[in-house]
Design a protein. Sequence first.
Length: 364
Amino acid sequence: MKGVEVMLRIGMLTSGGDCQALNAAMRGVVKGLTGKYDDIEIYGFKDGYKGLIYSNFSMLTSRDFSGILTVGGTILGTSRQPFKLMREPDKNGLDKVAAMKHTYHKLNLDCLVVLGGNGTHKTANMLREEGLNVITLPKTIDNDLWGTDMTFGFQSAVDIATNTIDCIHTTATSHSRVFIVEIMGHRVGWVALHAGIAGGADIILLPEIPYDLDVISDAIKRRTKAGKHFTIIAVAEGAISKEDAKLSKKEYKKKLAKRKFPSIAYELAEQIQEKTDQEVRITIPGHMQRGGSPCPYDRVLSTRLGAAAAELIINKDYGYMIAIKNGETTKVPLEEVAGKLKYVDPNSNIIKEAELTGISFGNK
C-alpha cells in the first residue's frame, strides 16, 4: 500500500467485440489501484484471451492509461475466442487452458482483470474454477449480461442508433417512404428497443417478440390512412417471425443458411413492399454503433465500475463481476453470471408503455 513495500501484479485483457468505454474502464481500475499502491506492475494482454494463451503482453504503467477516458476502442486490442473451443487444443496441439494458467503463474499475477461480454464471462468463470484470481467488468453494447442493470458501451450504441433514426426521419417524411433501420442485437433487443423509443420509431421488432408480417403491414396501412405517409421501423438484426420462431434451432439455422438476403432488413423490405405497395428503403449503421468516443454516461459508468474493481483487488476479494444495480456498484459471483443472458421481457413495463404511445412490436 502507499508507503509500504508491497508489489501488486495485475493482468488485464479486453475480449470479444469492441465497444466504447473499454479504455475508460481500464483507466478506472488503474487509477483506483495507483492511488493505493506505490509499486504496481500491469501486464496488458494483447488481443484478448489470445494474448494470455500465447503469452503476448506489454508491460504498462499508469501513464499508458492517461488521456484515454474519451478514446473509443481498446488500447490492448481484442479478439473473439469462442468459449466452446477453449477446451480444444489449437492447430499445433496447444492446451489453451493450461497455457493461460501457465502465463498467469509465470508472471506471478495477483489478479486477472477481464473486460468482456457473455462468452468472455464463461471463460473468466472457467479460469476462476481453475484457481485463478479473476475480476470482470461488464462490457457489451447489447446490455445482455445477467446480473447488472447496465453494461458499458450500451448507452453509446443507443445514442448512435438513435441519431441514425433521427436523420432518417427527415428523408422518410420528404419521400413518403417506409424506412427500415437495422440495429445490432442478434439474441437480445435492448439497443433496438431503446433507440426505437428515443428516435420515435413507429414499429420496433425484437428477437424476444416474434412478429407477424400481416400485423406490420396493417400498422403501415393505418398510418397511411391517417395521413401519415411514412413509417420508420427499428429492427434488431436477430428479429424473427412468428413462423420461424416455431422452428427448432437446428431448423432455423438451416433456413438462415439458405436465406437469399444478406440480413433481416432486406428480407422485410421485399415482403413489406409486396404487401403495402410502398417504397421501402434500408439503413444499417452497423459497426458505427461500436465506434467513436464513449458518451458521458458510459464514461461515468465505466469509471465507477473500474474503481469498484480496484477496491475488490485491494481487498483481495476475487471471483466477481462488478455490476451496477439500482444506481449503485455491487459485486456478483462469476458463477452466477456465466452463461446467462438478460433478455427483454415482452411483458415488462417498458414494452407496455411503448405500446401505449402507439408503437407496434409487430405481434398484435
